[in-house]
Design a protein around this ligand. Structure first.
Ligand code: SF4
Length: 253
């Protein structure tokens, strides 16, 4: 019995470590599907819990293909030193959200708060983006995926330079390839110019559907711009309404 309990605790520890690793990668949602061996494991877990011996947060989830794809991209990125931005960063900000999300938001790069926490869009501009998603789109933040063109903070929040974008963007392309979203929202000049390979600015492009590798892409203003120019919030709301219409079509289809 002791041997069985030791084996069970070993499995629980491994599952927990795996889930914590997934969370560190920014993966916050995984599909739930019960399979027989895991049902047995869950029964064993509740028996143990009932006996007051162990309390675990055990997921029954096999990893989605999108999660596995993102995990592979994160592993390939590693402790990246491919461009000079690595010198001043505290954390790589890989991205976070649902790997199977219908909509992916792509910003420019991490700011101070994002660098501190290793999470995208958590500063004041991030709060505005969260409001757009939660209050405007009536979604949970975890139901979309949020990432940036570069994954390390440019010093003093300057724009990423061309060599930095060139070094980092292959990983964003691989993330998008792994997730294969139905809609991309490109936030601001750097995101739009990088994803669409255009020299046209966001003011000219916003509000009109474009395509990124056959995926509908909506260019709109960056939330940091909106903090400085709140009068343009109405324009962004118009763009987001188009995004919501597109997402509704996908859900119906
Ligand atoms: Fe690597 Fe991208 Fe960070 Fe540059 S910005 S060091 S390419 S992860």
């Amino acid at each position: 019995m002791e041997e069985l309990q030791r084996k069970f605790l070993n499995i629980v520890t491994q599952v927990r470590m795996h889930l914590e690793y997934q969370r560190a990668l920014g993966i916050t949602a995984i599909e739930m599907r019960t399979i027989e061996p895991l049902r047995s494991l869950k029964r064993a877990a509740s028996d143990q819990e009932a006996a007051g011996q162990v309390r675990v947060g055990l997921s029954e989830a096999p990893v989605l293909p999108q999660s596995a794809g993102l995990t592979a991209v994160r592993e390939e990125l590693g402790n990246c030193i491919r461009c000079k931005l690595h010198k001043s960063r505290k954390n790589i900000v890989f991205g976070e959200g649902d790997p199977g999300a219908v909509a992916v938001f792509v910003g420019e790069g991490p700011g101070y708060e994002e660098d501190q926490q290793g999470r995208p869009f958590v500063g004041s501009a991030g709060q505005l983006l969260t409001d757009i998603i939660v209050k405007g789109m009536k979604l949970k933040r975890e139901e979309v995926y949020i990432c940036n063109i570069v994954k390390c903070r440019p010093p003093d929040n300057r724009n990423p330079e061309p060599d930095e974008i060139e070094a980092c963007e292959p990983f964003l392309h691989k993330q998008l390839q792994a997730m294969n979203p139905k809609v991309i929202v490109a936030l601001g000049n750097v995101a739009v110019k990088t994803l669409l390979k255009t020299s046209e600015g966001i003011t000219a492009l916003r509000g009109t559907w474009k395509k990124y590798q056959n995926i509908p892409l909506m260019p709109t203003f960056h939330p940091a711009y909106l903090l400085r120019n709140p009068k343009d919030k109405a324009l962004v709301w118009k763009d987001i309404q188009q995004v919501m219409t597109e997402m509704a079509k996908v859900r119906k289809g």
